[in-house]
Design a protein around this ligand. Structure first.
Ligand SMILES: NC(=O)c1ccc[n+]([C@@H]2O[C@H](COP(=O)([O-])OP(=O)(O)OC[C@H]3O[C@@H](n4cnc5c(N)ncnc54)[C@H](O)[C@@H]3O)[C@@H](O)[C@H]2O)c1
Ligand SMILES: O=C(O)C(=O)C[C@@H](O)[C@H](O)[C@H](O)COP(=O)(O)O
Ligand SMILES: [Zn+2]
Length: 369
């Protein structure tokens, strides 16, 4: 078991990583109240597989639990689900000092986090991530959001949880495709800032994907620690440091929009392909060697993640993809910075990228393979 602090002054919290954690929630200083039922917002699959351990542990400690179930992936990050959830939390009589539990992947975490950010202008919540992606990324750092018809995560807030429990036992029931999608965000930490981690993943990534206990814990703890360090320095993405966590996302979010936020392309898959595109675009600008761009492509491909736009069967061209990027939250004074690479482990913010050139590059990518 390891405990990784996220240092944010008065809003600091710990991320616990280990096995059998869900059943111990009530005993690890979680601040849950006993005067009314603990509100649990749960992904339906996570609830079916792991709810009993969590609820059993809470009930043995004298808590009652009220459950709000959410089903259905990315589509649940919507205004209608946000309204349903906030109405339910109000009906439960939730107070600001309570702790709402979010059990599930990034979808439930993002939705619950946003509901808690706006409920009574700020209500406490605890992240109980049950996907690899949520454990290494979305449960940490306080970005919360829903999607709108204009694009991805366009309505949201920064709202930190008070505790995160990443229970590795939950990953045993995760579909292989979801595990690979989460692995894309693990790879991201190596590509953006940690060449030794990238090399380790290139050599031992298969052990992570086969849920080897030691490899898994190392990959997850290293990823969380990397994210915690960045978030502690730039919580609200103002200095440019946190924007590096967006590596692969400028391309990725546009691809998610182009595929209608559907199961055709999961968020992690879009990030994987987006990282490959960021590496190839960096090479096009002669900032990254072709050899390093190929290394990124190979490590993504060897995890069974997508590396070619052409395989998506999109019916839109490069300029349609760059049009989606115009809503990107990094946009400043009409210019969109891109996270590009000078080397593996050396991401930087490029503020001089011409979107017309990106569109041309994307057209080339769609035809190249
Ligand atoms: N806030 C952030 O910083 C941040 C970071 C990265 C990603 N995200 C967001 O996270 C979302 C993606 O999250 P995700 O990949 O976890 O997807 P998800 O929440 O949709 O979960 C993926 C699938 O796994 C199922 N599932 C969850 N836990 C399970 C378990 N233990 N066993 C079996 N099935 C299980 C779910 O029902 C769902 O079908 C995207 O919306 C993305 O934008 C946010
Ligand atoms: O925590 C961050 O910062 C990230 O950028 C992590 C990303 O993996 C995540 O997908 C995030 O939600 C994207 O943020 P957005 O600001 O581009 O919506
Ligand atoms: Zn992401």
């Amino acid at each position: 078991m390891s405990v990784i602090p996220v240092e944010l002054g008065g809003r600091s919290y710990d991320v616990h990583v280990g096995r059998g954690l869900l059943e111990t929630l009530a005993t690890i200083g979680s601040g849950l109240k006993k005067n009314r039922a603990v509100p649990l917002v749960a992904d339906s699959n996570a609830l079916a597989h792991h709810g009993a351990r969590l609820i059993g542990g809470l009930e043995s400690a004298g808590h009652r639990v009220a459950i709000h179930e959410i089903s259905g992936g990315e589509a649940a990050k919507s205004w209608s689900q946000l309204e349903r959830l906030t109405d339910w939390l109000l009906a439960q009589g939730v107070e600001r000092g309570d702790r709402v539990l979010a059990l599930g992947g990034g979808v439930v975490g993002d939705l619950t986090g946003l509901a808690c950010a706006i409920l009574k202008r700020g209500t406490g919540f605890i992240q109980l991530p049950t996907t690899l992606l949520a454990q290494v990324d979305s449960s940490v750092g306080g970005k919360t959001a829903i999607n709108t018809s204009a694009g991805k995560n366009l309505v949201g807030a920064f709202h930190q949880p008070s505790l995160v429990l990443a229970d590795l036992d939950t990953l045993a029931t995760l579909p292989p495709r979801e595990l690979r999608a989460g692995y894309a965000e693990v790879l991201k930490y190596g590509v953006l800032g940690d060449p030794a981690f990238f090399n380790w993943l290139s050599d031992d990534g298969a052990a992570v994907l086969s849920l080897d206990p030691e490899a898994l814990e190392h990959a997850i703890s290293t990823s969380i620690a990397a994210k915690a360090r960045i978030v502690a320095k730039d919580e609200r993405e103002t200095s440019g440091r946190r924007a590096l966590l967006n590596l692969g996302h400028t391309f990725g979010h546009a691809l998610e929009a182009a595929t209608g936020f559907s199961d055709r392309l999961l968020h992690g898959e879009a990030v994987a392909l987006g990282m490959v595109l960021a590496a190839r675009y960096s090479a096009r600008r002669n900032h990254l060697s072709l050899d390093d761009a190929d290394r990124v492509t190979r490590v993504v491909a060897s995890a069974g993640l997508p590396t070619e736009i052409s395989a998506l069967g999109l019916d839109c061209d490069g300029s349609a993809l760059t049009a989606h990027m115009l809503h990107d939250k990094k946009m400043k004074s009409g210019t969109l910075p891109f996270i590009l690479l000078r080397g593996i482990g050396e991401a930087y913010l490029a503020r001089d990228v011409d979107l017309a050139d990106v569109a041309q590059f994307l057209d080339g990518q769609s035809q190249a393979h």
